[in-house]
Each structure stands twice: as C-alpha cells, then as structure tokens.
Ligand binder design. Structure first.
Ligand code: ZN
Length: 165
C-alpha cells in the first residue's frame, strides 16, 4: 500500500509511514500535506505522499548496522569496480584485511567475484582498479529506505526532500 514520507517541521525527512496514519495526522492538524498523488479520499482530501509536521520533533541518531545486506543496498547491488549488477556479488575490503584494512563502511564495497579475485591482496591503486563511488557511511536507515523507494520508481516525488539519494 502507498507509503508517505514524513518531513519534520524543518523539512528534513523524519520517517516513512502508512497513508492511513498520514491522513490521521493531517485531519488532526498535526501535519500538512506537501505532496499528493491526486487520488481523492474524501471530497477535499487527496492521498498524500509527503506530509510535514507542524511541530518540530527531536530525533535521536540511530546507528545503521554494517551488514552484508546494507552494504549491498548502499552500493545499489553493483560491483564498485566494474559496474556489474547481478548474482554472486561479494564484499571486498578496499584495503585488504591482511594489510590492516578493517570492517568499516569506508573500507568495504560490493564487488563481483571476478573483480574481487583480480584485485586480490592489493589496494585499488596498486591494482589500477578505481572505485566508482568512494564508500561512505550512509546517513541513516531512513535515507536507506527512501533511496530504495525512489530507485524502485514508486516515489519519485520524494527525491527533492532528500539530499544525496
Ligand atoms: Zn566487477
């Protein structure tokens, strides 16, 4: 069912909610509709796709876990060396483990088996295999989910509210 992006009063993305909950927030006057998809629910209420809270909410920072799944998602399931997207992707340590490279967001990238083997025990520079995107720690799990929704083509209108997706 349709999801709704909730913005803080400051216009920063806050979370993703169901359209039902979003409608309740709008009806109660706690949020205003920012974007809608034109489908009418009631006489004067369209189905929102982005709403904004009237009151600013403070949110504690939530650490995003470094997992295989999250790394693949960050890298859009694409080999960061050759651009291959498909089955059998592996994780590569940019600076190899044997040379002190750690399990961190900025030292791990998605790589196809071929590139992983070819790179071997070398750095991208030594192997002349530049990375397509410098690996970074994602902002938050919300950005992750928003990026996924935008990529799948369901919520293009969310794009302008999220920087770096
Ligand atoms: Zn590759």
């Amino acid at each position: 069912m349709s999801k709704v992006l909730v913005l803080n009063a400051s216009y920063e993305p806050l979370n993703i909610t169901s359209w039902r909950r979003a409608i309740v927030l709008v009806i109660k006057g706690k949020a205003e509709q920012v974007e809608h998809n034109g489908k009418l629910i009631y006489a004067e209420l369209s189905l929102p796709t982005v709403i904004r809270l009237r009151q600013y909410v403070r949110v504690p920072y939530k650490e995003i876990p470094l997992t295989r799944r999250n790394l693949l998602q960050r890298d859009n399931h694409t080999c960061q060396y050759c651009g291959y997207a498909g089955d059998g992707l592996t994780l590569d340590h940019v600076v190899p483990r044997s040379r002190g490279g750690g399990d961190t967001w900025d030292n791990m990238v998605t790589a196809c088996v071929r590139c992983n083997v070819r790179k071997g025990n070398r750095t991208p520079r030594e192997a002349s295999m530049p990375l397509r995107n410098p690996p970074r720690k994602p902002h938050s799990s919300l950005y992750f989910e928003v990026a996924r929704q935008i990529r799948s083509g369901t919520h293009q209108e969310w794009k302008k509210y999220v920087i770096g997706v």
